[in-house]
Design a protein around this ligand. Structure first.
Ligand SMILES: NCc1[nH]cc(CCC(=O)O)c1CC(=O)O
Length: 310
């Protein structure tokens, strides 16, 4: 029997609330009798506009949401997988109930003048605080300058309009969710800008043992998103990357159903780029993630990751 009521907790940014609406719509189709309510919470990551490594790093966007779940104030949390730390287990007492069908995993350039990345003149200020984006731009477009910018996607676009930067890099999936794909001037290929672990995947997280709820929401899960996410998160877990680690990578269920995983570890200045790409063959997704991580560690990833302060 599907449950009568699901109280959903999430960050309160426009993007996060759009994500919740997707979950509610999918649930309404599947279980018209199940009612849903929304509990929006502000997280440390939303409030703190400084360097994320000075608060608790990546958990900054999930901590308060997970706390509401554990306190029984809500039954289901919706998170971007990209924002869920992978170097440590999920908070004790919680588990994933589903990974939704994956959205676009690529990053987009937003340049009010309409130029593409390769057309941007030297000294163009790219607003991004992402170590992953900064390192890749340093490697491929060293003539561009990255300037720190924080806040949710809507805020960043306001800051761009105010002249705090000349261009932005933002995830296509996020822009789709807030209905602002109109601002995109170029979608960057995964070769030009390798996405972060978990890009474009939404996770449903619940309390362990909440079996009726799990039975109600798990049909929303997508099997390919599950396999890809397992491989990607195991990679990050084995690498023990921290919030300041320029690590990028993505798994993909290719034609024929086989899973592949490629990943890069960069030094902060983009001068060192380690690269690995493997096919699962008979390996399960998590073992593929381990195997690619080990390949990167053999190339020296430990030193590269540890040389960056966090
Ligand atoms: N850091 C915030 C965040 N978390 C997830 C996304 C994008 C959507 C996704 O990948 O699920 C974004 C915005 C961005 O990086 O542009």
């Amino acid at each position: 029997m599907p449950v009568d009521l699901i109280r959903i907790v999430s960050r309160d940014s426009p993007m996060a609330l759009a994500q919740v609406e997707r979950v509610r719509a999918e649930l309404a189709t599947l279980h018209p009798g199940t009612e849903t309510t929304v509990l929006p919470v502000k997280t440390t990551g939303d409030k703190w506009m400084g360097d994320l490594s000075q608060v608790e790093g990546k958990g900054a966007f999930t901590k308060e949401v997970d706390a509401a779940l554990l306190a029984g104030e809500a039954d289901l949390a919706v998170h971007c997988v990209k924002d869920i730390p992978a170097d440590r287990p999920l908070p004790a007492g919680t588990m994933f109930a589903a990974f939704l069908k994956r959205d676009d995993i690529r990053d987009a350039l937003i340049h009010p003048g309409g130029l593409t990345l390769d057309q941007l003149p030297a000294g163009t200020r790219i607003g991004t605080s992402s170590v992953r984006r900064i390192a890749q731009l340093a490697a491929s477009h060293p003539h561009l300058e990255c300037v720190p910018i924080r806040g949710n996607a809507n805020r960043r676009m306001e800051k761009l309009a105010n002249g705090d930067a000349d261009a932005l890099l933002l995830a296509v999936a996020g822009l789709e969710r807030i209905g602002r794909t109109d601002v995109i001037t170029e979608i960057l290929s995964t070769e030009t800008m390798m996405p972060p672990i978990g890009a474009g995947v939404l996770a449903l997280q619940c309390r362990e043992g909440d079996t009726e709820l799990i039975d109600t929401v798990s049909p929303l899960g997508d099997p390919d998103a599950y396999r890809e996410t397992q491989a990607e998160r195991m990679l990050l877990h084995v690498l023990q990357g921290h919030c300041n680690s320029p690590i990028a990578g993505f798994a993909r269920v290719e034609r024929g159903g086989e899973l592949s995983l490629r990943a890069c570890v960069f030094s902060a200045d983009g001068k060192t780029v380690l690269n690995a790409h493997e096919w699962a063959g008979r390996l399960d997704p998590a073992t593929l993630g381990t195997s690619v991580a080990v390949a990167l560690l053999r190339q020296g990833a430990r030193d590269v990751i540890d040389s960056i302060a966090h």
